[in-house]
Design a protein around this ligand. Structure first.
Ligand code: TYD
Ligand code: MG
Length: 500
């Protein structure tokens, strides 16, 4: 143990891995020789969407119903080493619910040290539900280049009293050191292990006994218990299960990084999301500096929580007042720009919606949306045309959500309609007005959830007016600095705003 503890730079991938692989090949060869049965390799088909296992190929997965997702993989159950930990586990007995002691709260590891205000991890602590629960397995997913490795390296560097093991299957120790130098705060409690063999990772982790282990990424590590290549469905599953067992048995919190496929789901089977305790997803446009970290599953707190980060030259910086960041600060009001009071998870977020309406140069008008569903934009345009009587069918419409974020909250509808009309009339909407309402197919203005929180956020940011649905529930708080206008139809608001 001391040998490794003295050396903060654990040796890169040693020959042990290759030696072990050779030896295993040898035993396979020997047993094959003895039994004269060369076809001992077991193969199975796995659904790459949900992880369903089947002995034969199928066009449609019977478990999740997806087509063309079955892939063939080599599995070897003989000589499986995956149970090496279970022997040390104490056998559990059933307990009466009333007898279970829950007086002591579950132990949590706070990632942001309380003394250092600038650790930039207090938002991460918050979306985890108040720090990482000891013995939990947290999955961080995201597209390449979004900042998963940066965030997970910032954790060990933030606190010198924390002993962490950072395992990287993607970068060399030198690359990690260079990144750490850029982030700042290098100390002796941070161990780096460039390794891809799960057996060796767990061996090293047991000898170092870190307070926190980070695996970058689950798709690059492999277990010798499964014969298929790293990143395959069965490998990812096996590695995740082994890491979970390690976390639970040693009470060490483990963070695993997972890649994301083109359609935005975490690569590898859905079962990965079932295995882990917490799933955090990193979102955002890599061309913009803002990133959103969202908890999509949390066994120890609320899911749907969100934190906003900004990628800077020296790592990720947390944004504590995100609404201020997404609203641009131009002096005079511009036509086509409005503010929507949206809600993400439980957090109100004010965002700027920009629209540009121009006469179509060609026969077919173009409709494009950045950060918003283009089908919903088409629907809103149809509502404007058919129900409210604005002739914009022959015009090009471009919509953009400022700051490179994506919104799916229907409460944006009214702000989008107003920005389209504002651009169409070329009359600006007062910058101090916000909108929070859904627009229905018959052109009615519908109420949205938690309108009270949206109003409070707009008020906090100094907005003068907010337009909501006339059918919204009555507010509890009456005296506000912000004027709350309840409207039942679009023409009513148009009259209010454009004909003042
Ligand atoms: P990275 O954490 O490597 O992404 P992932 O692990 O999710 O693939 O982030 C890489 C991007 O972040 C890269 O484009 C460079 C940028 N970056 C900064 O802008 N500032 C920094 O301090 C660091 C470390 C990275
Ligand atoms: Mg990375």
């Amino acid at each position: 143990m001391d040998k490794t503890a003295d050396n903060p730079w654990l040796l890169p991938l040693t020959n042990i891995t290759y030696f072990r692989a050779d030896r295993q090949n040898c035993t396979i060869f020997n047993s094959a020789f003895k039994t004269k049965d060369m076809a001992k390799v077991k193969k199975a088909f796995f659904c790459s969407n949900c992880g369903y296992e089947s002995p034969k190929w199928m066009g449609q997965c019977p478990s999740c119903g997806q087509w063309n997702t079955m892939v063939e993989e080599v599995v070897s159950r003989e000589g499986s080493t995956s149970n090496s930990f279970s022997s040390s586990a104490t056998s559990a007995r059933p307990l009466k619910l009333s007898q279970i002691d829950s007086s002591g709260k579950e132990e949590r590891l706070r990632l942001s040290s309380l003394t250092d205000e600038k650790s930039n991890l207090s938002e991460l602590d918050r979306i985890l539900g108040g720090g990482m629960v000891k013995g939990s397995l947290v999955l961080i997913g995201g597209e390449p280049g979004i900042g998963k490795s940066t965030l997970s390296l910032q954790i060990p560097l933030s606190d010198s009293s924390l002993k962490t093991l950072y395992v990287s299957g993607e970068e060399s120790a030198r690359q990690i050191k260079m990144r750490a130098e850029r982030l700042g705060g290098i100390h002796d409690g941070c161990f780096i292990l460039p390794e891809t063999s799960l057996d060796n990772i767990l061996e090293q982790a047991k000898s170092i006994q870190p307070d926190l282990m980070i695996i970058d990424s689950v798709q690059t590590i492999f277990s010798t218990a499964v014969e298929s290549s790293a990143g395959s469905v069965s490998q990812v599953k096996e590695c995740a299960v082994s890491l979970l067992r390690f976390a639970k048995e040693t009470n060490t919190p483990v963070i695993v990084i997972g890649h994301i496929t083109k359609d935005g789901t975490i690569a590898g089977p859905k079962v990965l999301e079932h295995i882990v305790d917490v799933v955090l997803q990193f979102e955002g446009d890599t061309r913009h500096s803002f990133r959103i970290l969202r908890s999509i599953k949390n066994r120890f707190g609320a899911s749907g929580e969100l934190a906003v980060y900004e990628m800077t030259g020296t790592g990720l910086r947390e944004v504590l007042n995100p609404s201020e960041m997404f609203i641009s600060t131009h002096e005079e009001s511009l036509s086509g720009s409005t503010v929507a009071a949206t809600l993400d998870g439980t957090r109100p977020l004010l965002i700027e919606v920009q629209a540009l309406v121009s006469t179509a140069a060609y026969g077919t008008p173009q409709r494009s949306a950045t950060g918003f569903d283009v089908r919903r934009l088409n629907m809103l345009l149809a509502v404007l045309e058919k129900r409210v009587g604005f002739k914009i069918g022959a015009k090009d419409v471009f919509l953009n959500i400022a700051g490179g974020i994506k919104v799916a909250d229907p409460a944006c509808d009214l702000a989008i309609i107003m920005s389209i009309l504002s651009s169409n009339f070329d009359v600006s909407v007062n910058q101090k007005y916000a909108f929070a309402a859904e627009v229905g197919l018959s052109g009615e203005i519908r109420p949205v959830s938690q309108v009270e929180r949206r109003i409070a956020e707009a008020e906090k940011l100094g907005f003068e007016r907010i337009y909501i649905s006339a059918y919204s529930q009555k507010e509890e708080k009456q005296h506000r600095k912000i004027k709350v206008i309840r409207a039942a139809s679009i023409p009513q608001i148009v009259k209010d705003i454009f004909q003042e």
